[in-house]
Design a protein around this ligand. Structure first.
Ligand SMILES: Cc1cc2nc3c(=O)[nH]c(=O)nc-3n(C[C@H](O)[C@H](O)[C@H](O)COP(=O)(O)O)c2cc1C
Length: 349
């Protein structure tokens, strides 16, 4: 299966496999933009009144218990090879007690034979699984029925809509009419029957946008900020058009850093369930995301390579992030996620 991803043959046109291949093989991180986590440090507590072994990472999301406040960001599905990645990620997420996002299910809504590549519930019966669609599809023929179908295919607990305006501009087959989406998102929130969240894809959601989304009725927001995977960089490698390639290069530093997104959304919306993702590299970044106000911290591309390898490799990478997170909590004397969230030990350097 992974051969298909590494050596795309006649199916090179398969956009999903190509995205995965580029994310594994090319320099797709933003350039000249950072998450902003490097501007923060935890003030060490030399005498934690804690047993390291007793530190708890448990939390809950979408009404389900999680063993760690962590999420696999929406990535893939839609082709045989990427379906296999989803299965491995789901198996790892179930074993570690993380939440899991699936990549955009649009292809499977349009072509039933692809549905299989998003069916991970048998591998992950207990965790929150989140279906995914591009919000812009609401302007291109998708309504509540298609969104409901995406949720059914994945047997998902929620649907997250992604906002990816600039990716749509840079990808050859892009859907660029974003006008009038907010009321349609609001209607979907009312009619879908499962919680609807909104995420970016790595350029970040600012506080004003978050406020507008909250007023439209979204159930959660994923900041998905800059400093990690850049979709203008990814699309630069796919474009056959020299003008678009050069223009994409000019956007390598675009986007709102993840740390600022989390802090400003939390300040604007104290009660909104908030996911902090975009460029997280390890459990220390995850701890900073949570201390800045995120309820869960999300990892995307950092888990892709391990998942192409095996479910065990993905679970090992996830276990390491948990270990790092728990060690941060020991280092600041926080016994549980509630204390990490409320800590006064995160300082701006
Ligand atoms: C291979 C790949 C495919 C992705 N596909 C989707 C997608 O279908 N829908 C979506 O909302 N985000 C998608 N993303 C974006 C991620 O969910 C995430 O927001 C982004 O990669 C930034 O996080 P990171 O820096 O940890 O990778 C994808 C990311 C990767 C690496």
């Amino acid at each position: 299966m992974t051969d298909k991803i590494k050596n795309p043959g006649p199916s090179t046109g398969d956009r999903k496999s190509e995205h995965v291949r580029l994310c594994l093989e090319e320099e797709v991180a933003g350039v000249g933009v950072t998450t902003g986590f490097e501007r923060y440090a935890f003030r060490h507590n030399a005498l934690p009144d804690l047993d390291f072994e007793a530190i708890g990472l448990e939390t809950a999301f979408l009404g389900k218990k999680l063993d760690a406040p962590l999420l696999i960001s929406s990535m893939t599905g839609g082709s045989a090879g990427t379906g296999r990645i989803n299965e491995r990620l789901a198996e790892a997420a179930q074993s570690r007690g993380w939440a899991m996002g699936l990549g955009s299910i649009r292809a499977a809504v349009e072509r039933e034979e692809l549905a299989e590549t998003f069916k991970v519930r048998h591998k992950a019966p207990d965790i929150p699984v989140i279906a995914n669609l591009g919000a812009v599809q609401l302007n291109y023929g998708f309504g509540v029925d298609q969104c409901r179908r995406a949720v059914e295919i994945a047997e998902a607990d929620a649907l997250v809509l992604h906002l990816n305006s600039l990716q749509e501009v840079f990808q050859p087959e892009g859907n660029t009419n974003f006008a009038g989406l907010l009321p349609q998102i609001g209607r979907l929130c009312r009619d879908l029957g499962v919680p609807v969240g909104v995420k970016e894809v790595g350029w970040g959601i600012d506080a004003q946008t978050a406020r507008r989304l909250a007023e439209a009725g979204v159930a959660f927001i994923d900041a998905a900020g800059a400093g990690g995977t850049s979709w203008s960089q990814v699309e630069k490698f796919r474009s056959a058009d020299a003008m678009r390639r050069a223009a994409a290069e000019a956007f390598a530093g675009w986007g709102n850093g993840t740390a600022d997104c989390i802090a400003e959304i939390r300040a604007e919306l104290p009660d909104m369930p908030l996911l902090g993702s975009g460029g997280l590299r390890n459990g220390v970044d995850a701890a900073k995301a949570i201390a800045l106000g995120a309820d869960l911290a999300g990892f995307g591309r950092a888990l892709l390579g391990p998942a192409v390898d095996s479910a065990e490799s993905a679970a090992a990478a996830m276990r390491q992030a948990e270990f790092e997170l728990r060690t941060v909590m020991f280092g600041i004397g926080a016994s549980g996620i509630g204390q990490l969230r409320g800590t006064d030990r995160l300082i701006r350097r």
